[in-house]
Design a protein. Sequence first.
Length: 326
Amino acid sequence: MTGPSISPNGTSTAPSGDAGGPPVGIGRRVSRWFYGRPGIFLLLLLLPPLLWLGIVYVGSLFALLLNSFFAIDPFTGMVKYELTLATWKQLFTLANLDIIMRTVTMAACVTVGAAIIGFPLAHYMARYAGPRIKGLLYLAVMLPLWSSYLVRLYAWKLILAKEGIISWIAAHTGLSWLLDALLALPVIGGPSLSVSYIGMFLVFLYIRLPFMILPIEAALERVPRTVTDASADLGARPGTTFRKVILPLAFPGVVAGSIFTFSLTLGDYIIPGVVGSSRLFIGQAVYLHQGTAGNLPLAAAFSTVPIVIMAAYLMVAKRLGAFNAL
């Protein structure tokens, strides 16, 4: 603490914080202490989220991975807490690999379909729509997300049913033969759209489409109009400008949107359980093995498959600049 100071008239005055001055509050003292130590202050701010991610999230993933190295005792049906690769060998059997390939194929098809359908709308929103039209289109894209997931799913279940509106329209327009031919296709067909992979694809596409449109639109908003104007001034046709200029610059947005559509489809177990055939997807296999079957190690092994796939996918997406569009 500094000593007293001398005033111009020769009297001494005590500095602020001494017995003769106003007291300094504890809050100000703590603030001054942290001001001189910004590293400690930053650590205290980040400590709660770091503990949440480190203990709750990463810790649960580690526990999940650890469970996959245990196995079920074939005689007692109980988990044997001994490290083994027997569960992983069971995961890579033909039946389980079929589940993995089926899920990845559906996720890839939904991602490609969402990109094909969502890109033109996102392009119109970013390049041509006025403020009022753009606001209405934003509302139209976001509005389905405001309603219940299950309400939308069961609404589509009714639409795709054999007595639903699609079958009714096909019957009254003379297109029943086309619908029957579509349902007669091997693998993807079925008795009706509500119990076929075609119907499942349509529901997935409807549910995931907003997650593709918004990142693409955000990426297209960042493309300067001067770039496209320069392309036109150099003699490029609109199609050439789109292929050579707009599409490469918007591609990170497509990859960013694919992260959402692919990952959400990869782990979904509700849609395959309501719409589609009885063949399992990864999410259903996890739910079945940890619940009805009681095989927690195999459920844990199945759960790590989407994590590994998305880790590899994110590495590729980062190289393609997808995170720059988020």
